[in-house]
Design a protein around this ligand. Sequence first.
Ligand SMILES: NC(=O)c1ccc[n+]([C@@H]2O[C@H](COP(=O)([O-])OP(=O)(O)OC[C@H]3O[C@@H](n4cnc5c(N)ncnc54)[C@H](O)[C@@H]3O)[C@@H](O)[C@H]2O)c1
Length: 434
Amino acid sequence: MPTQQVTPVSEILAKIQSRQAKIGIIGLGYVGLPLGLLFSEEKFQVLGFDIDANKVNALNSGNSYISATSDYTRLKEVDAVIIAVPTPLNEYHEPDLSYITATGNAIAPNLQANHLVVLESTTYPGTTEEVLLPILEKGNKFGLRAARDGVSNGKVFFLTFSPEREDPGNTSVARKDIPKVVGGLDAQASELAGAMYNAIFRRVVRVSTPAAAEMTKLLENIYRCVNIALVNELKQLSMRMGIDIWEVIDAAATKPFGFHPFYPGPGLGGHCIPVDPFYLSWKAKEFDFRTKFIELAGEINVGMPYHVIASVANALNQKKKALNGSKILMLGMAYKKDIDDLRESPALTIIELLQKEGADVCYNDPYFPTVGRGRKYDLQMKSTPLTNLGQYDCALIVTDHSDYDYKKIVDESQLVVDTRNATKGIKSPKIVRC
Ligand SMILES: NC(=O)c1ccc[n+]([C@@H]2O[C@H](COP(=O)([O-])OP(=O)(O)OC[C@H]3O[C@@H](n4cnc5c(N)ncnc54)[C@H](O)[C@@H]3O)[C@@H](O)[C@H]2O)c1
């Protein structure tokens, strides 16, 4: 078995602190690429790894400071390996860890002594220790073990989980101002990861284990998911009672303590909130535990696009029209305003449901000139210009992009169904808020 030189942890730490350490990032997507850019802005050398040859070629042929490769043997060149690969759900709504295991299997034969390995992909508590660690320990060539209990004899690597907490499209908080949570397998792993992230984040928050860090991310997302479900339910009750839920939320939000506003909408979207909670409910079953809040919130949030369809049908009914055969212009495809992100967007479900009912659906979204094929849909649609709005039986606001002139939209349309309170402040009998 080849032997490796013993390097004290203090030396690795010094290498990180002096920006001499080279950072490897696996998975150059929404999370990995900006992270690599942050490190390179702080004068670290960054080598990106991705199985998508187009991404690798694009990065290498552009003017990026990050070089990229699909060749995992080049892990030899780096000191730290950050993993940011997808963690979706499979068709049964169960965690699909295949990207993590594939990445682990690709890293293992190229793992070097003293490598700092950090998993950033969102996942259930236990993944780092129960899934990634055994793959790395079993598959490496040097008999390396993950450092535990502060023991470092030159035959170890350091393992940490550190969740990504980015909020796409949020320009009010700079990425470096989002504290970075770090949970190492032992104190050395936490210290090394903490030092690395301290170079690009203002604050590092250390928790005691990788599982605590994994759970932290899930708590944050479940908190959002449950609170959004709560306002979605209360919105439906308020509508029946003739109360404007948005007015109520704004009033409640003036309380200086104990209340954080969440807003209702046409359904959950994005890569995280509709997906992550189910990682925990799946894992909970291993402990004979049912996560009732997650399931109830899921039920309410998944039902929201159906609520939208019923509201459009009712609004048309008031005008003696049927959904079947009506021309509907859907405004907004993205899952939230002012971003070009379509992942899990409720707009996709809404189009599908409208078409099923026989509606003739067009869409407009300045961020999506076309929508082709995704994992669960194949729409092949083109964004329709916002002209001649009077031709549609209904304009349906699904995403409240800031670019839209809502007053003009209301003035020119026959009927406007608004799922986001985007027409706030506009008074017109043509508007139906839902
Ligand atoms: N996008 C977000 O806003 C966000 C926020 C917080 C957390 N996360 C989490 O971060 C993780 C990554 O998400 P993302 O949005 O960046 O995903 P993404 O789909 O944008 O990017 C993932 C990248 O990984 C690459 N990849 C897949 N398998 C690989 C392998 N074996 N080796 C090398 N590269 C591989 C893909 O080609 C892709 O480029 C997920 O766990 C997600 O839940 C995402």
